[in-house]
Design a protein around this ligand. Structure first.
Ligand code: 6PG
Length: 228
């Protein structure tokens, strides 16, 4: 487990961007390419804007999504739109290296199956946020998806609006290095429960990533005992 506590939300974005860039460069050096899955929500924006300014072998990278809301890609709630505005439109990223979840399709289950077909053998890195209830991507507390070992992508009806989403499941993140990011006091309880609590991952799904790398700001880390 690695927990970095940044002084402010801005410092969190700097640190998380630096870490993501380093991990990407490391993987490209190791294997020649890097597949990255991006979460949605509000936390990634400032991080991805900084990543866009980095010097990376853009043509060797492939961009996937950890989850997507079932809305059109130009909808303000679309995670694709968020990543496009923060990163894809700001860096020399070939459009063919961006793999969008087609959440807008009527047949959500087929959209999930089709996205799974396009996944790489391994998603090397995932940038994931945590919900105040402890969810990651669109794997929510009490969902059987927390134990999903077969289907890499699933359509799910969840408690966070908009309710219908496509989400990666743990089956898609096997062997993935996860960078968890959390900002704000609203996340403090979920962060504590995920990192230091003894509740099962079924109750706190982000606990699955306890052993991975976390970047927090002070407010999100405020309920941790002795954050390293
Ligand atoms: C989504 C996200 C979701 C998000 C957390 C944190 O599509 O809603 O993927 O898992 O990462 O809910 O959201 P915030 O960054 O907005 O707090």
């Amino acid at each position: 487990m690695s927990v970095h506590v940044a002084q402010t939300a801005e410092a969190l974005a700097e640190r998380a961007a630096d870490r993501l860039v380093s991990l990407i460069a490391e993987e490209v050096t190791r294997s020649g390419s890097c597949a990255v899955a991006l979460c949605g929500g509000t936390t990634p924006g400032p991080i991805l804007q900084r990543v866009a300014r980095a010097s990376l072998p853009w043509a060797r990278l492939r961009w996937y999504f950890a989850d997507e809301r079932c809305v059109p890609p130009d909808d303000p709630q679309s995670n694709y739109r968020g990543a496009k505005e923060a990163l894809f439109d700001r860096a020399p990223i070939p459009p063919e290296s961006i793999f969008r979840m087609e959440g807008e399709r009527e047949d959500r289950d087929q959209a999930a199956v089709d996205y799974a077909r396009g996944l790489p053998e391994r998603i090397h890195l995932a940038l994931l946020g945590i919900g105040e209830d402890g969810h990651f991507a669109s794997v929510f507390p009490g969902s059987p998806l927390v134990d999903e070992a077969v289907r890499p992508v699933v359509a799910v009806y969840g408690p966070k609006p908009p309710p219908w989403r496509l989400t990666l499941t743990p089956a898609a993140l096997n062997g993935t290095r996860v960078l968890m990011v959390a900002s704000g006091a609203g996340k403090a309880a979920a962060v504590r429960r995920a990192l230091q609590g003894n509740e099962a991952a079924a109750i706190v799904p982000s606990r699955l990533w306890r052993a991975h790398e976390w970047v927090l700001d002070q407010a999100a880390a405020s309920e941790l005992k002795d954050p390293k």
